[in-house]
Every structure is written in structure tokens, then in C-alpha cells.
Design a protein around this ligand. Sequence first.
Ligand SMILES: Nc1ncnc2c1ncn2[C@@H]1O[C@H](COP(=O)(O)OP(=O)(O)O)[C@@H](O)[C@H]1O
Ligand SMILES: [Mg+2]
Length: 235
Amino acid sequence: MSDNVILMENVRKTYVMGEEKVHALRGISFAVEQGEFLSIMGPSGSGKSTCMNMIGCLDRPTSGIVRIGGKETAKMTEKELAVLRNKTIGFVFQQYHLLPSMTVLENVMVPLRYQGIEKNLRRDMALDALEKMGLSDRVSHLPNELSGGQKQRVAIARATVTNPSIILADEPTGALDSHTGVAVMELFGKINASGTTIVIVTHDPRIGENTKRCIRIFDGQIQSDSKNSSVEGQE
Ligand SMILES: Nc1ncnc2c1ncn2[C@@H]1O[C@H](COP(=O)(O)OP(=O)(O)O)[C@@H](O)[C@H]1O
Ligand SMILES: [Mg+2]
């Protein structure tokens, strides 16, 4: 076996809604090596989020193979998938998905709780992740006391605190102004520099053109999978 951290082989996903079938993914195949920085780009409705849900084991394909960290996911139980997600993948979403009644620090500690890490260590690890995001002075704030860019940095701290091998980000700059969006992309660049695989899902060509590899999808199929030779500083 190769050291692909993500392997998708002829992945199909069909949503059935009553009589109607939506073919969201129509046979998607690609492989990602540890340490890559890539985007999955396509217009609204092209199947990007469905694809991210397959990579992130948040949902199962209708057919095809999804292998994450060398593990074939089809035969895994829900519980095994939850452990795989928690250990291997950090998620970042457009709308941050922070828990509104918890402080910034508590939000970042959440994924560590499932790893049975003792509370003081959880706290130290979360503080460290927040410091790397430049948020040491915001740890006691509630999410609604923060700007959009700050909220997204909290979400990135939460995604990285477990030191996952993969970060999956679905439209992470979609709710941010362009300046803040560029800053968030730079943070992903820094995280990638330490060896973490980064997959950004986006409809925005300005992001797709600034990742080293870009997979374009349209109507549930891959249109192109290309390297941007002009992009530097990413693995
Ligand atoms: N849970 C679902 N049930 C039914 N149809 C869905 C569901 N999720 C997505 N779809 C449909 O699948 C297609 C792809 O959606 P999605 O993956 O969300 O695209 P994107 O993220 O590129 O906008 C769309 O036609 C969408 O309406
Ligand atoms: Mg989407």
C-alpha cells in the first residue's frame, strides 16, 4: 500500500428523497498523500460538501471505496468511525459550529474529552492551540463576543488541538471579508508546514488558485485535478 492518507475510488452518493433521486457524486476517484495542501473547487450544488462528508466519514457512500489513514471505512461501525474521525481528522466549517454557551477555551477542549485526556492537560493543550492562533487574550470570551475571523481561528484551534493528520475545511472563508479570509488561509499554510494534510472545499476561484493542488468538480464528477506551479510554500 502507498502512504496515501486519503483514497477515494469510484465514490458515488445518491440521495433518495421519496420518488426523487439526487446523484450528488457520480464516481469520484483521487488519492491524497500525507502533507498535501489541496482544494476541492466547484459551483454551488456540484457535490463539494458531499465529497467532504465522505472524506470525513460523516456519511457513507452509496458505492465505492473510501480509505482514510490506510483504513477501509466501509466495514467500520459507527463507533469505530467516530474514533477515526476524532483521532485523524479536524473539521472547520463556514459557520464555525462553536458551542455558544461554552467559552473559547472550553470549545477547544471538547475534542480532547473524547480521548480520555485528563482535565489539566486538556486545558494546557487547548491554551497552546489558542496561542498559536493568536487568541491567548480571548480564552474566557463566549463565541458571540468575537469577530468572524476570531471565531474561525477558534474553530481552527479546535480542529488542530488533537494534532490530526488531516484538516477538512468546508468554505472556511465563506463568511469572512476577503482580508480576514486571506489571514485564515495563511494560518492553514502554517499548519500545513508542520506536515498536516489540508483539504479546503470552496466555490471561490481565488482560493482554488492559491492551493498547490486543485480538484475541480462539476455535477458530481471530477473535471480536472491539477497542480498550481505558481503556488509556493505549501507541500
Ligand atoms: N442530505 C441531502 N439530501 C438530499 N439531497 C442532498 C443532500 N445533501 C446534498 N444534496 C444535493 O446533492 C447535490 C450536491 O450537494 P452538495 O454536496 O451540498 O453541493 P455543494 O457543497 O457543492 O454546494 C445538490 O443537488 C444537493 O441539493
Ligand atoms: Mg457545500
